[in-house]
Write a protein that binds this ligand. Structure first.
Ligand code: GDP
Ligand code: IMO
Ligand code: MG
Length: 422
């Protein structure tokens, strides 16, 4: 069977965790293929609310295997905390979590370099989650990194010390910062993680494909944070797009099946960088309050703005999106008028393309308004006549313009708070 993909179409936090958790019982295997503990995927189940950072969002479904793939970067301290937190909720991961040997390790000194580099940038900082993501991927591409499979090597401690030494030398170019090293906790966590099964992820998954198993690859972050196609340099350090599934899991492009794109009914961004439809008025505040827009990893307030169709079309194109799940539609229940950007004006001309550098100010989003539906959609389960006409018109417009069906509309954080049309 093909490998289906689920990715965020905006700047992250689209509600990927919720949708993966919902879909997970239709799959045998759920895999993370990139990113690391910069991600925060929130899930509400009958066991309560939980935020996952490294572990795939299928973990609450006892019949799925969850793979942390080789494109992921792992902080042992965070991963141990996640496993123990799940245990407290009664979720035992010992038989359904696999960790790729080729996944790279985040060292305390990577977190130190991340913090020092951000501190040196002043007001131009990226707004990184400071989880050591950038420096770890730099060591991966610079061919210096340590991988999960290296833990078993007899000279692991020496490799660690050598890399840390490089990092402290590198750190001397930055101003001094306050930093908690946590090295003892890091090594204790490594020790703890040795009880979990490691895998040659590429063999495991290709065997599973041959055996007819169904696989879902779960993206972290979103298209606009992709290292190549996002709002560079205000991006993360991995390929968050569909193409990242092939490198991050070791599966060939011909095995990719459906690509499910997740988009909020509006737009948010956390951290620095351009955001064309950002609102600085009472509407932005209303989206933030009603949507409870505070980061799941750092607790920072998320910037809010209207849905941007030019940006979404770009994401659909880059990723080959075959269906969309629209989340947080319930937040729009409270707006008299629903606004979306449906074109940009660039140097006086109408355009459907994202400009090269969104930081420049030679473009303006142009908006279209829709009548709001002003009622709760919470109890509706299927997309049909009982939905308000204003809501149906709005969804029809999105589908027509994006040229992709929207078979899932999420109307609340809970697993089953969904309007389906499949
Ligand atoms: P992710 O990183 O893409 O998994 O998203 P986050 O978990 O960081 O942020 C999404 C937030 O929205 C979480 O608090 C979810 O519980 C919540 N959420 C997801 N879908 C919906 C929805 O349809 N309506 C509402 N009100 N909240 C939602
Ligand atoms: P999920 O998977 C939203 C943002 C950071 C910062 C930039 C670089 O939950 O959607 P990094 O820590 O990677 O160096 O930060 O990317 N960022 C996210 N924003 N959701 C995320 O993940 C994010 N992961 C990173 O805020 O602007
Ligand atoms: Mg998140």
């Amino acid at each position: 069977m093909p490998v289906d993909v689920l990715i965020g179409l905006q700047w992250g936090d689209e509600g990927k965790g919720k949708i993966v958790d919902y879909l997970a019982d239709q799959y045998d295997i759920i895999c993370r293929f990139q990113g690391g503990p910069n991600a925060g995927h929130t899930i509400y189940t009958d066991k309560g609310k939980y935020v996952l950072h490294t572990i795939p969002s299928g973990i609450f479904r006892s019949n799925t295997i969850n793979v942390i793939g080789n494109g992921v970067v792992i902080d042992p301290i965070t991963l141990r905390k996640e496993i123990l937190g799940l245990k407290e909720l009664g979720v035992d991961v010992s038989s359904n979590l696999l960790i790729a040997k080729k996944a790279h390790l985040i060292l305390p000194s990577h977190r130190y370099l991340d913090a020092a580099s951000e501190a040196s940038k002043g007001s131009a900082k990226i707004g990184s989650t400071l989880r050591g993501i950038g420096p770890t991927y730099m060591d991966k591409t610079g061919r210096n990194g340590l991988r999960f499979g290296d833990i078993a090597s007899p000279d692991f401690k020496k490799k660690y010390e050598d890399l840390k030494h490089k990092h402290t030398q590198l750190g001397s170019i930055y101003p001094e910062i306050d930093f908690t090293w946590n090295e003892e906790e890091w090594f204790d966590s490594i020790e703890f993680l040795m009880q979990y099964e490691v895998t040659d992820c590429e063999y495991y998954l290709n065997d599973a494909i041959k055996a007819g198993k169904s696989i879902l690859a779960e993206g972290a972050q979103g298209v606009m944070l992709d290292i190549d196609y996002g709002t560079y340099p205000f991006v993360t350090s991995s390929n968050t797009i569909t193409a990242g599934v092939c490198t991050g899991l070791g599966v060939a492009p011909r095995h990719i099946g459906d690509v499910i794109g997740i988009s909020k009914a509006y737009c948010t961004r956390v951290g620095g960088g351009p955001f064309p439809t950002e609102l600085f008025d009472e509407h932005g505040k209303k989206l933030q309050d009603l949507g409870n827009e505070y980061g799941a990893t750092t607790g920072r307030p998320r910037r809010c703005g209207w849905l941007d169709l030019v940006q979404l079309k770009y994401s659909v194109m880059i990723n080959g999106v075959t269906k969309i799940a629209l989340t947080k539609s319930d937040v729009m229940d409270h707006f008299e008028t629903i606004t979306i950007a449906d074109e940009y004006e660039v140097d006086g001309e109408s355009s459907q393309q994202l400009p090269y550098d969104l930081c420049e100010e030679n473009y303006t989003p142009k908006y279209k308004s829709f009548e709001g539906w002003n009622t709760s959609l919470g109890d509706v389960k299927e997309r049909g006549e009982e939905l308000p006409k204003a809501f149906r018109d709005y969804i029809d417009y999105l589908e027509k313009n994006l040229e992709v069906a929207i078979p899932m509309i999420s109307v609340g954080p809970g697993r089953d708070e969904l309007i389906l049309n499949e």
